[in-house]
Design a binder for this molecule. Structure first.
Ligand code: ADP
Ligand code: MG
Ligand code: ZN
Length: 615
């Protein structure tokens, strides 16, 4: 109770209002409501009516005399104040009026008290409860439940997930397997005196299956799974988060062995900063509570804490020290094999043709996360329905990869024939430069159908196999390929367009990383001039050098891009006719495959060398 001082003030107001209302009800409203319609007369008039014989019945109470008058056969009630009048009885008898003195009908005081005070309070209390529950639901939280933290904790006896549902991520699974084993028979670990880690922190980019893995661990271990998201700890009122943490651990210890999973732990686990004025009280209290709970509980009982985050560098050091989250399990973006496995897992959930080339799909989705791959399979199923087919085909999957990468086709986009020509040359520029270089991934598809992400056309390159290392030449050739589009425009039209904005951005990014982080220039040798933060969320680079160095970096980046641009121009100038033929072909077909492109290119090359031999 003690940890929610603030909300009690409105509560007191609430009760005060209720009391006031009951008072009003009892003293003013109810009496007027229930008293019958009566006419007041003076005592003199009343006596006159008695003498005239118009009164049939009289009731005398302590301070009032009520009488029924039967004028014109219609009964009317008259009241008058009671006057000390000893002759009244004689008069009444004389006029043959039926009369009586009312004995005040007394409820027992206890019943009275109950009816007038306890009942209304109970009714209001019930109404109040209903109201609070309603408000609580509407606000999606526990804004109105004071004092006791109603921690929204999900206990799923069975998560229904197993390691089979998690494809790829073999290293992560292996690391977590140990925890599962511990939950199965903690005694074996106790016997040898080994302390199991209390917590494991899953770190990796979004959508790589961290949440899924945690559920799978619970499923494999067949233990209860307490899941709560970091943001749920942060409440409207200071102290609630800490109360929730306490509740969570209390419940977990009662249910041990079990797994406590704190998703998005960075919401509470952020570094406590001392510098700023004020700071975030609520978050810090919550974090402190979490730290002390993690220290406090006995790990050998079989409570394992899993947490997930994609911003590990923002976490407070205290969380990461041994005895708390001392295990760190990286959950990285899947590699080629992993992507194939993930696609297969999700393909099991849809009706699918049996000649699907999963390897080709995996190669086309380099850099995609598990969540994106799951999405690709679903998009393909949706497309199959749209095509009125009852199963998913390779083409559905390929199109949905493009949808996920570049968005939907913009069928209605209005593009003039002249612009179409520029776009076709631009794309063939990329493709031709790529094809003419060694160390460059083969072209898979070229299209000039615009997409909803703003691309007017694009050239898809897919490498045969995935390498973990990039050679300097490969990176440079990549920039050359990227500058190929603009180069083709320059050579063919003698002017340039705005269509290369995305290429420019990409080329600069690669060149910059070569200079600042990869140590690929003589000038800067192995000096890092930029550091990356937030690597799992796209990455932000921040400069770590003097201003003069920054100037030199820019100059070097520019010179790399210029060299690449020049190389692309030379390649295209040397293949000027092929550029025309291929661009014409693309303009007619709008979309061509890598094979079609290469076949035409080989044909042109053969024709060229033939004519050279003739000359
Ligand atoms: P995270 O918590 O890392 O952001 P999730 O675990 O929520 O990602 O993953 C989202 C969805 O993506 C999962 O429900 C699952 O369908 C799919 N997914 C992600 N990674 C994998 C994987 N390795 N194997 C199978 N499915 C995956
Ligand atoms: Mg998650
Ligand atoms: Zn381009």
């Amino acid at each position: 109770m003690g940890d929610s001082k603030k909300p009690q003030k409105p509560m007191i107001y609430y009760y005060a209002m209720t009391l006031l209302f009951i008072l009003l009800l009892n003293t003013v409203i109810l009496p007027t409501f229930f008293s019958p319609k009566v006419n007041e007369v003076s005592y003199g008039n009343f006596l006159q009516m008695v003498d005239e014989g118009r009164i049939s019945k009289v009731e005398i109470t302590d301070n009032k005399i009520a009488s029924i008058c039967k004028d014109d056969g219609e009964d009317k009630i008259y009241v008058t104040g009671r006057v000390e009048d000893p002759q009244l009885v004689d008069r009444l008898i004389k006029s043959k009026v039926e009369f009586s003195q009312v004995i005040p009908k007394e409820n027992s005081p206890i019943v009275n008290f109950f009816l007038n005070w306890i009942m209304p309070i109970m009714i209001f209390f019930a109404l109040g409860q209903l109201f609070m529950r309603y408000m609580g639901n509407r606000m999606g939280g526990n804004a109105m439940t004071f004092g006791k933290s109603n921690a929204k904790i999900y206990v799923e006896a069975q998560t229904g997930k197993s390691f089979d549902d998690v494809a790829g991520q073999d290293e992560a699974k292996e690391a977590l397997m140990e925890l599962v084993d511990f939950l199965h028979n903690p005694d074996r670990y106790k016997a040898i005196g080994a302390n199991m880690p209390k917590g494991a922190l899953l770190v990796g980019p979004p959508g790589t299956g961290k949440t899924l893995l945690a559920k799978a661990v619970a499923g494999e271990a067949k233990v209860p799974f307490f899941s709560i998201s970091g943001s749920e700890f942060i409440e409207m009122f200071v102290g609630m988060g800490a109360a929730r943490v306490r509740d969570l651990f209390k419940q977990a210890q009662e249910k041990a062995p079990c797994i406590v999973f704190i998703d998005e732990i960075d919401a509470i686990g952020k570094k406590r900063d001392t510098g700023k004025f004020g700071g975030n009280d609520e978050r810090e209290q919550t974090l402190n509570q979490l730290l002390s709970e993690m220290d406090g509980f006995d790990g050998s009982k079989g409570v394992v804490i899993l947490a997930a985050t994609n911003r590990p560098e923002t976490l407070d050091k205290a969380l990461l020290r041994p005895g708390r989250f001392d295990r760190r399990v990286p959950v990285e973006l899947p590699d080629l094999k992993g992507r194939e496995a993930i696609l297969r897992v999700h393909a099991k959930n849809v009706k699918i043709a049996d000649n699907i080339d999963f390897n080709a799909l995996a190669r086309a989705t380099s850099g995609a996360s598990g969540a994106e791959l799951a999405n690709i399979v679903n998009e393909a199923a949706l497309r199959a329905v749209k095509m009125k087919r009852s199963y998913v085909e390779q083409a559905d999957l390929e199109e949905s990869i493009e949808v996920v990468i570049a968005g939907y086709q913009r069928k209605g986009a209005v593009i003039s024939p002249e612009e179409k020509r520029v776009i076709a040359y631009h794309e063939i520029g990329h493709a031709l430069v790529a094809a003419m270089q060694k160390n460059s991934a083969p072209v898979h598809k070229i299209t000039i159908i615009p997409r909803t992400n703003g691309a007017l056309g694009y050239t898809m390159q897919i490498s045969e196999n995935e390498s973990v290392l990039m050679k300097k030449e490969e990176l440079f050739n990549k920039i050359v390929t990227i500058t190929g589009g603009r180069s083709a425009e320059e050579i063919v039209f003698g002017s340039i367009t705005s269509g290369a904005a995305n290429d420019i951005e990409q080329a600069t990014k690669i060149a910059r990383s070569m200079v600042t982080r990869l140590g690929m220039t003589e000038e800067f040798d192995m000096m890092a001039t930029e550091i990356m933060s937030n690597v799992y969320l796209g990455g932000d680079a921040s400069l770590q050098c003097s201003e003069t160095t920054a100037g030199k970096i820019d100059a070097k980046v520019l010179s790399i891009i210029k060299d690449a641009h020049e190389k692309a121009r030379q390649i295209l100038l040397a293949n000027r006719e092929k550029l025309d033929v291929l661009a014409q072909f693309l303009l007619e077909k709008e979309t061509i495959t890598g094979e079609e492109f290469m076949a035409l290119l080989r044909k042109e090359e053969a024709a060229e060398s033939g004519s050279r031999e003739q000359a």
